[in-house]
Ligand binder design. Structure first.
Ligand SMILES: Cc1cc2nc3c(=O)[nH]c(=O)nc-3n(C[C@H](O)[C@H](O)[C@H](O)COP(=O)(O)OP(=O)(O)OC[C@H]3O[C@@H](n4cnc5c(N)ncnc54)[C@H](O)[C@@H]3O)c2cc1C
Length: 390
């Protein structure tokens, strides 16, 4: 885990390890097999919307879930750069990775860093086996950007804690096993103190999951009501009162990965197929060139952040930059495709057709710049980082 903060103005560069080329070829061969089975459908936003636990399990059998977790806990003991290669291939292919996404990206590393030995031995092998899926229980109705204002409370009871409150936008809570919930354990003058993280069993008595449907009608999110849910002492994650430090310490990982600029990449692939079927005009080719150039630049920065994390530094400002630039590109890609091809978006069109994929990406668009911290908040972080460095 990172120890030093990288200078906010440094532009990190990363060179993929020699093993990456072979790994990429292995992932592509696996994806070809999966395409033949009909599981990889080239859909946009597959890390939010592609829930397929069997696919996650098959990926885990190859050592590609929990890749960076140590071997002694069931992981593959490989670095962030190798993990990067695997996930960029999966996202570019629009593979259904949402079942294990949070466990792999966040819950596993978090349990490894902050968890007790007992928690590590219980959760990490299950995560790496693609058998234990997590949700993020941070946001609440009036606590999104202002996360420190969360009102979910955890009171001490004999042998553990009792949690009461409502978490909002809890992705996958209706299908996942656990959520890492941020709750207030102490009334401190400093709002950032007195918060703690808990691992909550989503099937425990007192948990009620209420669907929140997307504009497309899909059920991906929930309101997660916790009505006096009893959480055993052993499910406090990290130290009591350290919740804020733990949550913010993970942000560079959460914000800088390829999922922050590749959510709509399968639509670009679809566009290229469409243009291939007709003769592309000079304007269409120019617009595709612009998108590709932006994509290339953001990928380079994102890869550099992964390299810096691998080297043990924390590139917080650069990670925020990746997410701001990347999520804006995700939306711009949808707008460009709509602007340069006459095909209208149609959610009722044949699944996988350009019109249907366009409708899907379009209906998911409002979320790109909101999830994981809005772009306005990110720009505040970037500005503060640059100011401090003046
Ligand atoms: C697709 C998607 C998936 C999500 N998944 C999860 C999940 O699994 N678990 C979870 O806990 N949460 C999840 N979220 C919630 C997400 O983290 C919040 O939506 C996000 O943090 C913004 O919070 P909010 O919705 O309360 O908006 P607000 O914080 O109310 O913000 C509203 C608007 O005001 C702006 N704003 C707020 N404060 C400032 C400021 N200080 N300066 C300038 N502008 C400001 C924001 O940028 C935004 O445009 C998800 C959200 C989306 C869209």
């Amino acid at each position: 885990m990172p120890t030093a903060t990288l200078s906010p103005t440094a532009v990190p560069e990363a060179v993929l390890p020699a093993s990456a080329r072979r790994l990429r070829a292995e992932v592509r061969a696996f994806l070809d097999e999966e395409r033949a089975r009909g599981t990889v459908l080239g859909r946009p936003d597959s890390w939010l919307a592609g829930w397929d636990p069997d696919f996650s399990h098959r990926l885990a059998e190859r050592g590609w879930v929990g890749m960076a977790l140590p071997v002694e806990y069931g992981g593959a003991g490989r670095g962030f750069l190798e993990r990067y290669v695997v996930i960029e291939e999966l996202l570019a292919a629009g593979a259904p990775v949402s079942a294990h996404w949070v466990s792999d990206r966040q819950a596993g590393p978090s349990v490894l860093q902050h968890g007790t030995e007992e928690q590590r031995r219980f959760f990490l092998p299950r995560i790496a086996a693609g058998e234990c899926f997590f949700s993020i229980g941070m946001s609440e109705k009036s606590s999104g950007s202002d996360l420190a204002s969360v009102r979910t409370r955890a009171e001490r009871i004999d042998g553990g804690w009792r949690l009461t409150g409502t978490k909002m936008w809890t992705g996958g809570a209706h299908v996942n096993d656990y959520a890492i919930v941020l709750a207030r354990t102490d009334e401190a003058e400093d709002r950032h103190a007195g918060l703690s993280q808990f691992i909550v069993d989503l099937r425990a008595p007192g948990v009620r999951i209420e669907p929140i449907h997307l504009m497309s009608g899909e059920h991906r999110f929930n309101a997660c009501h916790l009505a006096g849910v009893e959480v055993p002492e052993g499910m406090l994650l990290g130290r009591q009162g350290d919740g804020w430090r733990q949550v913010t310490g993970e942000l560079a990982f959460e914000r800088s990965g390829p999922e922050r600029y590749l959510s709509t990449f399968p639509l670009l692939v679809s566009l290229l197929r469409e243009l291939d079927r007709r003769a592309a005009t000079a304007e269409q080719a120019f617009q595709v060139g612009l998108l590709t150039a932006r994509l290339h630049g953001i990928r380079r920065l994102s890869l550099g952040v992964a390299g810096a994390l691998d080297a043990g530094t924390s590139p917080d400002t650069q990670a925020a930059l990746v997410k701001d630039l990347g999520t804006r590109l995700e939306g711009a890609l949808v707008d460009t495709v709509r602007g340069i091809l006459p095909t209208p978006a149609d959610p009722e069109a044949t699944p996988g057709s350009h019109a249907e994929l366009l409708a899907f990406a379009l209906l998911h668009s409002p979320g790109y710049t909101l999830r994981g911290g809005t772009n306005e908040i990110l720009r505040g972080i970037i500005t503060r980082g640059l100011e401090q460095n003046r």
